[in-house]
Design a protein around this ligand. Sequence first.
Ligand SMILES: C[S@@+](CC[C@H](N)C(=O)[O-])C[C@H]1O[C@@H](n2cnc3c(N)ncnc32)[C@H](O)[C@@H]1O
Length: 220
Amino acid sequence: MKKFTKKFIQFTVGYLILLYLKKDRFYTYKETKILVKKGVFHPAFFFSTKFLISAIKTFNLTNKKVLELGAGSGIISFYCDKKGAIVTSSDISPIAINGLIENNRKLKANVTIIESDLFDKIPNQVFDFIIINPPYYPKKPNNDAEKAWYCGENFEYFEKLFKQMNPYNNGNTIVFLSLSEDCDFNKIASIASKNNFLLKKYLNKMILWERNFIYKVMPK
Ligand SMILES: C[S@@+](CC[C@H](N)C(=O)[O-])C[C@H]1O[C@@H](n2cnc3c(N)ncnc32)[C@H](O)[C@@H]1O
């Protein structure tokens, strides 16, 4: 698609979505109804969340230890919980954490919810799966809502992510990282590489106007 057309569609659709998201909203995905609080990344309007679910749904999750790092609304976490996984769900945003706690209670789910800046407060353990839908635009976030989008002017989010990941990943851990054509892949891959990880393309799909990717983060 031509760059200008893409920018125009993104701007118009983005504006309408922003208007809709000025209130708390309910969202149902595969019979799981959750409350998405104002200021929390809404999984209906962006492609990455459902794309990640399409990647994990091919695995048997029964009794598997899953970490959703930066869970937002938690729809991925609640999906994994329903599939029998032992789920830990974290976020840096207190509003997201409140929503996760409320949804966990209403759904009678069994997700462990931790407010944490990346791995800071995640107890040391090895996970079978780590699922990450990261912010990737290089700008300093000015508030919690913006942390869903901006990874810091110098990609500080990724610097810390790859530095902290080792103890939670024993080499057999499947780490899924969703990215899109809009991000600076080379920069993110170079930060991973500096920390002895490589990003291996796992899925690649054009969804409407945007090419989306899921990478596996592998030890080098
Ligand atoms: C793009 S959203 C994805 C939300 C959810 N995983 C999904 O796929 O719908 C990114 C999430 O990461 C969270 N986040 C950003 N920086 C973080 C950090 N340093 N530590 C933990 N979570 C963070 C944001 O608050 C936001 O909820």
